[in-house]
Design a protein around this ligand. Structure first.
Ligand SMILES: [Zn+2]
Length: 471
């Protein structure tokens, strides 16, 4: 949990203590160390020196305005790791590729040379202020002109999620209060995740209010107002929220959608209308006082709704194309309840009839009303039958056998309490011993006990031997 999902240990300890368990701290630390050693081994890597092709130390990022650009490879190096095998890290004179940062994932895309040969860019990261592009191979013509192209669809989805994250932040402060501060965020192409300080679980009404707030700003089609390279103070005066513990340069970039102003280096939609729609998928705790919301936008919401719609059609189909499936399900539930009642009624009648038959079959042996017989009832029915009969006698000794399926057998022994106590009879002993004949075991009290086994073939012998307990 800790390693895979980053689930906090203190929260695990808390949940355990609420359930009456304790955390094996020592065991946890040992396992953690082992895992650290394992991942160290996996990340063992060798990095070659940079091969410099063009002496150009300033790599300009143009990805806010362009998604493709003619570029020159200025340097590259090979990195070998157990995890990823051989990879190349490429640096260009300029790039439209956004490097992972500010919670937003790095861009993917491709490089194409003038002959149409393509190399895929699998990830983009920033290291010592240089944007590094990860590829599996080197371009064939490393000195030639290259075209760097960002995967537009993926970038657009990520961008929608990033802008929605800002609106979500604003919504939470508006709906829950200004104590809400951002504690972390992850902006992917498929979803967004936002961690924030808040003391309790959000109610359904609060979640709905947050979702409505964001969607109102999406349908309000708020234009992006982007200010690059403005002094920090100016941004704060504009209403930007600086994140505690975050490092900012002398100048910052402010992203504004309506009343939402944030200092941010990420990519954003030109207009909130581009996000199309925002949907919260989950809300939960990550640590004490810190909540997490996961949400989706744009295509992911369309997929979500179309999946829901498909399920609805499947349900309608199962309900013979009911126009109002909710009503149809309610009707089925009602029918089911009424059928259940009828079945119970019929079983009760069956037990009643059976009890009459059994009374007629009782044999008086040695001052005991005795019967050992096979009945066709379930465990509960047998129990009811035995106790119903028990009301009419103080000297009853019953052994019922049933075989619900071809490899299942059950014995139930009922002895009137008075009889059991006076003569020292023990229903538990009866089923334990006779249970062996049906290849099973069981037990209970001296007046009522059951045994289950897997050999119905032993039933006749068990019934026959029951008499022996009457001495
Ligand atoms: Zn941002």
């Amino acid at each position: 949990m800790y390693d895979t999902f980053g689930f906090p240990v203190d929260l695990t300890a808390l949940i355990l203590s609420e359930k009456g368990y304790t955390l094996d701290e020592k065991g946890f630390q040992e396992k953690l160390q082992k895992q650290k050693n394992r991942s160290r081994a996996a990340s063992e890597s060798s990095t070659e020196d940079w091969t410099v092709l063009v002496d150009d130390t300033v790599e300009e990022f143009i990805g806010y305005d362009a998604l493709d650009a003619p570029v020159k490879l200025t340097r590259y190096r090979k990195v070998t790791s157990k995890k990823d095998g051989e990879m190349y890290q490429l640096v260009f004179n300029l790039t439209p590729f956004y490097p992972e940062g500010g919670g937003q994932v790095g861009d993917k895309g491709y490089l194409e040379d003038i002959h149409g040969d393509v190399v895929y860019i699998l990830d983009t990261k920033k290291e010592n202020n240089v944007i590094i592009h990860f590829t599996k191979n080197l371009p064939k013509r490393i000195n030639g002109d290259l075209k760097a192209v960002v995967d537009e669809k993926q970038r657009h989805r990520t961008t929608c999620n990033h802008s929605a994250t800002h609106l979500l932040h604003q919504a939470l402060r508006e709906v829950l209060g200004t104590h809400v501060t951002q504690k972390g965020s992850a902006v992917h192409s498929k979803y967004l995740r936002f961690d924030f300080s808040h003391f309790s679980k959000l109610t359904l009404d609060e979640l709905q209010a947050v979702e409505d707030f964001v969607n109102a700003r999406i349908s309000g089609k708020l234009p992006l107002i982007e200010k690059r390279n403005i002094p920090m103070q100016q941004a704060i005066d504009d209403g930007a929220i600086a994140l505690f513990g975050e490092k900012y340069g002398d100048t910052v970039r402010a992203i504004k959608f309506g009343a939402s102003v944030e200092l941010c280096g990420g990519t954003h939609v030109k207009n909130t209308g581009d996000i199309w729609h925002f949907k919260i998928k989950s809300e939960g705790a990550v640590a004490s006082g810190i909540r997490r919301i996961e949400a989706i936008t744009n295509d992911a919401v369309k997929d979500f709704y179309s999946e829901n719609n498909k399920t609805l059609f499947e349900i309608k189909d199962l309900l013979n194309n009911a126009k109002e499936p909710t009503k149809a399900v309610l009707k089925l539930q009602e029918e089911n309840t009424s059928l259940q009642k009828q079945v119970e009624q019929l079983l009760a009648e069956k037990a009643q009839n059976l009890s009459g038959e059994i009374k007629n079959q009782l044999q008086e042996i040695n001052g005991v009303q005795f019967l050992a017989t096979k009945v066709d009832l379930d465990a509960n029915g047998i129990k009811n039958l035995a106790f119903t009969l028990g009301k009419d006698y103080q000297n009853l000794f019953l052994l019922f056998a049933t075989n619900p399926s071809k490899d299942k057998a059950m014995l139930t022994c009922y002895i009137s309490k008075e009889l059991a106590n006076e003569r020292g009879y023990d229903a538990g002993k009866v089923v334990r011993e006779l249970g062996k004949l049906i290849h099973g075991g069981g037990g209970g009290q001296n007046f009522f006990a059951t045994a289950g086994g897997k050999n119905p073939g032993g039933i006749p012998k068990a019934l026959e031997e029951a008499k022996n307990y009457l001495v």
